[in-house]
Design a protein around this ligand. Sequence first.
Ligand code: HEM
Ligand SMILES: *[C@@H]1O[C@H](CO)[C@@H](O)[C@H](O)[C@H]1NC(C)=O
Ligand SMILES: *[C@@H]1O[C@H](CO)[C@@H](O)[C@H](O)[C@H]1NC(C)=O
Ligand SMILES: *[C@@H]1O[C@H](CO)[C@@H](O)[C@H](O)[C@H]1NC(C)=O
Length: 324
Amino acid sequence: MRIFLVTVFINISLVLLLACIWPHANAQQLSPTFYARRCPNLQNIVRVAMRQALNRELRLGASILRLFFHDCFVNGCDASILLDDMATFTGEKNAFPNRNSARGFEVIDTIKTRVEAACNNTVSCADILALATRDGVFLLGGPSWTVALGRRDATTASQSAANSQIPSPFADLSTLISMFRAKGLSPGDMTALSGGHTIGQAQCFTFRTRIYNDTNINGNFAAARRANCPPTGGDAKLAPLDIQTPNRFGNNYYQNLVVQRGLLHSDQVLFNNGSQDALVRTYSANNVAFYKDFAAAMVKLGNISPLTGTSGQIRKNCRLVNVD
Ligand code: HEM
Ligand SMILES: *[C@@H]1O[C@H](CO)[C@@H](O)[C@H](O)[C@H]1NC(C)=O
Ligand SMILES: *[C@@H]1O[C@H](CO)[C@@H](O)[C@H](O)[C@H]1NC(C)=O
Ligand SMILES: *[C@@H]1O[C@H](CO)[C@@H](O)[C@H](O)[C@H]1NC(C)=O
């Protein structure tokens, strides 16, 4: 009887233990301490490398942030954007939103090399990108947030999904709202995340129609932008997404929107007598509110359909699927 009861107790304990462990091994469950024992120096390696990258070129913080956004919007945050074209699939690098535009890949390669040297076959490219993004934003003066880890890397990529699921700079508000909704992000998340355009640059072809043909644009601003973006030709000429401080994270982006100085059509639709006007006004006046909401929305962005458990792989080279 005694032995029977003990056995029952042990069995119940085992079931309870498994019930606790199972979801972590299986479901989409990420954890900030995922590598704490297997790669204790990971966060330090990433932080140091991002500091070095920004010392070389401040824009890289913006470029890495955009890589992460474009990765997470296509089959989740699985480092699919980092894959070169392979014999078995056409990758995302040459999809329309990325071709001649997505940049910063070498920074991730450098970090991956250092992380492999410290912790062989352990840390995914998807997690490296998530950490590098957080550090880039923080080092440029933005908010910080805790990055949950444990993502694994895709073994395939989808150029067609990149073409259809990453929003266009010519999109109107209802299209932006539905494209973010499709990823589990609310209109408010979308408006906060668009504040990523407080840093970085855009090419003439992405804002030409706006500066020549949109009517909801400040006249002096349009004239200044036209000076370096002709009606035809000069497609790759750059302009800062945030005219004042393109290398400094802050709420200037929203202050620009309120005075009709959004660079992209898709920026200005957030403040155009529509549903996001009030939130834009709030962020334009309250940097603390913007930072709080941006950080929370970045966590949500980073949680989009990660590969976990035994799905996917830990790539040895972020550009290539493992051969073995
Ligand atoms: C709301 C829909 C969005 C649209 C339509 C959009 C569109 C664009 C376009 C057209 C560019 C310029 C690319 C080029 O000319 O090469 C750009 C740059 C950028 N985007 Fe977005 N974007 C959106 C949302 C986001 C989000 C959510 C983030 C991050 C949270 C983000 C971060 C950036 C950054 C940092 C850059 C500058 C990159 C660099 O300088 O290398 N964007 N975006
Ligand atoms: C890394 O791991 C692989 C296989 O797990 C092994 O072949 C290789 O020698 C390891 N490299 C180092 C530097 O430990
Ligand atoms: C502006 O609109 C006119 C009339 O629709 C069009 O012909 C022209 O190509 C547009 N310009 C730009 C730069 O988009
Ligand atoms: C909003 O509508 C008012 C009244 O129609 C107009 O004067 C104003 O320019 C519009 N504002 C924006 C940002 O479109």
